[in-house]
Design a protein around this ligand. Structure first.
Ligand SMILES: Cc1ncc(COP(=O)(O)O)c(C=O)c1O
Length: 395
């Protein structure tokens, strides 16, 4: 038999998290997780769940009754969306302009959907005219899109146009806001979305594991009227609602400590004000962007499609992206990430999310990125970058 392992004290490295998530977690949120557990149907825990639902409705900008946190990371919420909303044989339209749009397609296919794509280059958003043409050609019943595409740093705009097109074809619209909810303007009701999901570990700055999801009455009607049951017991929204709805019943054990944390982070969103939070992300990421641009670097997307929560910085020709991210981690204690999928080796991805989106982090990251490039012999003006960031921060 295996001997008792000699497991040392927990001692992960001290990092500043400026990658695509998780982001730094505020001490208040960390402390909330040390709160003693109660049972998953304890009346006081049901109150915690109600608070989480209220906080989520606020940050989603929705009055949707069906609002909850899925147990699992953002991919679990994505899977819940497609496994419930898509019935076998339905046509599902997904974008091809980023890594997470691709994941949507894989999930829709596993849910039995026939997946077709609407195309745009990586680094650009979908054009509503192309979405309209794809609707005319394929007549999908579900359109998925990614509001903040973490692989490219592109923000999808024109959302009310996308929902108008889909609804004119009697289809449903699913939005991925994993990398944007709480950090970038998003209005579920005003823009008429049918289902929106997110993650807890990015702009909400909670630990990973409790993923926000909201759906309209109309979308829940579709789920309830399915001919076949969703191909997942755990993520079946009717089952989940039996726990999150008015008369909570056991479905699976509630994520006690993780929901304490999400509740505290949503409490902080409410204290700051959701629109003030969007403005802070824009200001902090704007200072970061000004810094890298003043240094002589550029971002992948055009300014009008820039996603403040995730900045995809083009790597100058001579530089090695892996060496850059390793240098920042090992020499400066800052986590950023390399490129994903088609953009591997082309960009580094610098997040500006939640509690990480603050002046000291932004300033350190700009300086560290410049120094890491200098180490590789790349000609960048680090001092000009830091000065520009300082100017933008008004310090
Ligand atoms: C836009 C987007 N969608 C979905 C996901 C998947 O979320 P998770 O890794 O939390 O499962 C991510 C994760 O980075 C993401 O950025």
């Amino acid at each position: 038999m295996t001997d008792a392992p000699d497991i040392g004290e927990l001692n992960p490295a001290d990092r500043t998290l400026m990658g695509p998530g998780p982001s730094d977690v505020h001490p208040r949120v960390l402390r909330s997780m040390a709160t003693p557990l109660v049972g998953y149907l304890d009346p006081s825990f049901v109150e915690v769940m109600n608070d989480v639902q209220e906080g989520l409705r606020y940050v989603f900008r929705t009055d949707n009754e069906y609002t909850l946190a899925v147990s699992g990371t953002g991919s679990a919420a994505m899977e819940a969306a497609f496994v419930n909303l898509v019935e076998p044989g339905e046509t599902v339209l997904v974008p091809s302009n980023g890594y997470f749009g691709g994941r949507m397609g894989e999930m829709a296919e596993r849910a039995g959907g026939d997946v077709v794509t609407v195309d745009a280059p990586w680094g650009e958003p979908l054009d509503p005219a192309d979405v309209e043409a794809a609707f005319d050609e394929h007549q999908p019943t579900v359109l998925g899109f990614v509001h903040g595409e973490t692989s490219t740093g592109v923000r999808q705009g024109d959302i009310d146009e996308l929902t108008d097109i889909a609804h004119a074809h009697d289809a449903y619209v699913v939005a991925d806001t994993v990398a944007s909810l709480g950090g970038v303007e998003f209005r579920t009701d005003e823009w008429d979305l049918d289902l929106v999901y997110s993650g807890s570990q990015k702009c909400l700055s909670a630990p990973p594991g409790a993923s926000p999801l909201t759906l309209s009455d109309r979308a829940m009607e579709k789920v309830r009227n399915r001919e076949t049951r969703p191909n997942s017991w755990y993520l079946d929204l009717e089952g989940l609602w039996s726990y999150w709805g008015d008369d909570p019943q056991y479905h699976h054990t509630g994520m006690t400590s993780t929901l304490y944390a999400l509740r505290e982070s949503l409490r902080m969103v409410a204290e700051e004000g959701v629109e003030a939070g969007w403005a802070r992300h824009r200001r902090m990421a704007g200072a970061l962007k000004a810094g890298v641009e003043a240094m002589g670097l550029e971002l992948l997307p055009a300014d009008e499609h820039w996603l403040p929560s995730l900045n995809a910085v083009r790597i100058p020709g001579a530089a090695d992206g892996d060496a850059l991210t390793t240098h920042l981690l090992e020499e400066e204690g800052i986590e950023i990430a390399g490129g994903l999928g088609d953009l591997a080796g082309e960009v580094v991805r610098v997040g500006c999310m939640g509690h990480s989106a603050r002046p000291s982090n932004v300033l350190r990251t700009v300086g560290a990125l410049g120094r890491a490039l200098e180490v590789q012999g790349v000609d960048v003006d680090t001092d000009a970058g830091v000065a520009a960031t300082n100017r933008e921060l008004g310090e």
